[in-house]
Design a protein around this ligand. Structure first.
Ligand SMILES: [Zn+2]
Ligand SMILES: [Zn+2]
Length: 92
């Protein structure tokens, strides 16, 4: 899904310019925290639509991911692992 840059920047800022991935199957422990640069959007990182709710404007529906994690995510989602990877509002 294409995302407007304004919207993408909001998510980028929420993420604190770091990857928001919390997949246990990735090599990182806890949150990924890979540093991301805004200029490299769409290349070194991008946002993933989670389809968690019907509302496309719900920020919880989007996750900022570095390329490494982004490549791993679709297969993980297909495995039904998304339950363990929901973004937490308790994140710092
Ligand atoms: Zn990552
Ligand atoms: Zn990851």
């Amino acid at each position: 899904m294409q995302l407007h840059d304004t919207r993408r920047r909001n998510l980028f800022q929420r993420a604190g310019d770091r990857c928001e991935c919390r997949l246990t199957l990735c090599n990182h422990k806890g949150r990924c925290r890979q540093q991301l640069r805004w200029e490299e959007r769409g290349r070194a990182w991008d946002v993933l639509h989670m389809h968690l709710s019907e509302d496309p404007d719900d920020s919880d529906n989007w996750l900022v991911l570095c390329l490494t994690c982004l490549r791993l995510w679709p297969s993980h989602l297909a495995d039904g692992d998304q339950q363990a990877t929901l973004p937490s509002k308790a994140l710092p």
